[in-house]
Design a protein around this ligand. Structure first.
Ligand code: RIB
Length: 306
């Protein structure tokens, strides 16, 4: 197994809107799509689409969405041995609003994702031990995240933590035990309390995390590119200019693709460049996982074979 994603899955209920209604107002929206999402599942699918062998430790409800979610993961070749149902609970759902500028607003109702507990990490131990990388986000309980980080450290498995959605409750002593910390600029602002308007400010905020003991910070900045900050060094990787239609799940696309190339080549800069292209292509189509490109599309776009 290459990659273990310990995290969330959701059903994305995506409304394409002209504008958000005001209080008490009813507005007609032009379009709607339902699809599989959740930051964890999106990252797992992105890595699997690139060719990684991926397992997912996650929880679904016992509603009509559950079997479809499992079928969807399996359709991408993802190992679902530790994808379990929680009786009497709904699956996670995410009402999403995408405006004409391709920007999104997302609500999450965690449902079964809240029942992914630290013991679930230990139950999957034998399979997890064989993974080359663990990938985490924050749509499951923090205690489970902390156990997964400890597990990675105990077994010498590198850990990526994507602090999304950001919460100030995150214990930085655990963040310092991760190998890659990958926020977007909004999450960086929430977690550091520092301004992130300019590249210089983003760099300064990331350096404060490095000074606290965080190893590698990779800040995804949408159309402004990606900043990778380590002790004493900062690299900028530019984004690709594309016609964005729907940016939902682009951050997850980046992380899943980054995870794949990092495991395959152990080359952080190459992984950032490939993931930047993967995320750029994802925003040119509607939907979340359904917008993710194939490995051929990414390599043709980059004009490389890795
Ligand atoms: O990052 C995008 C994802 O956030 C969506 O798929 C939605 O489910 C929420 O988890």
């Amino acid at each position: 197994m290459d990659i273990a994603v310990i995290g969330s899955n959701m059903v994305d209920l995506i409304s394409y809107i002209d504008k958000m209604p005001r209080e008490g107002e009813t507005l007609e929206a032009p379009d709607f799509e339902i699809g599989c999402g959740g930051k964890g599942a999106n990252q797992a699918v992105a890595a699997a689409k690139m060719g990684s062998k991926v397992m997912m430790v996650t929880k679904v409800g016992d509603d009509l969405f559950a079997d479809n979610t499992i079928k969807n993961l399996e359709g991408y070749g993802i190992d679902t041995e530790f994808t379990n149902k929680v009786l009497g609970t709904s699956s996670g759902v995410a009402p999403i609003f995408v405006d004409p500028e391709s920007k999104n607003r997302i609500l999450i109702i965690k449902g079964a994702n809240q029942y992914l507990i630290p013991e679930d990490v230990d139950r999957a131990a034998e399979k997890l031990k064989k993974c080359a990388l663990i990938v985490l986000q924050l749509e499951i309980p923090l205690e489970t995240i902390y156990r997964a980080i400890e597990f990675g450290n105990e077994h010498g498995i590198p850990v990526i933590l994507n602090p999304a959605p950001a919460t100030k409750d995150l214990d930085f002593s655990y963040v310092c035990k991760c190998d890659f910390f990958i926020p977007n600029e909004t999450e960086l602002e929430i977690l550091t309390g520092m301004p992130v308007e300019t590249e210089e400010q983003i760099k300064t905020a990331a350096i404060t995390l490095i000074d606290k003991g965080v190893k590698d910070v990779i800040v995804t900045m949408g159309s402004r590119g990606v900043m990778w900050v380590t002790k004493g060094e900062a690299h900028m990787v530019d984004s690709y200019k594309v016609d964005a239609i729907d940016t939902t799940g682009a951050g997850d696309a980046f992380i899943g693709c980054f995870a794949h190339y990092f495991v395959q080549n152990n080359d952080v800069l190459l992984a950032i460049k490939m993931a930047t292209a993967f995320a750029a292509l994802s925003v040119t189509k509607r939907g979340t996982q359904s917008s993710y490109p194939s490995i051929d599309e990414v390599e043709n776009f980059m004009n490389v074979r890795v």
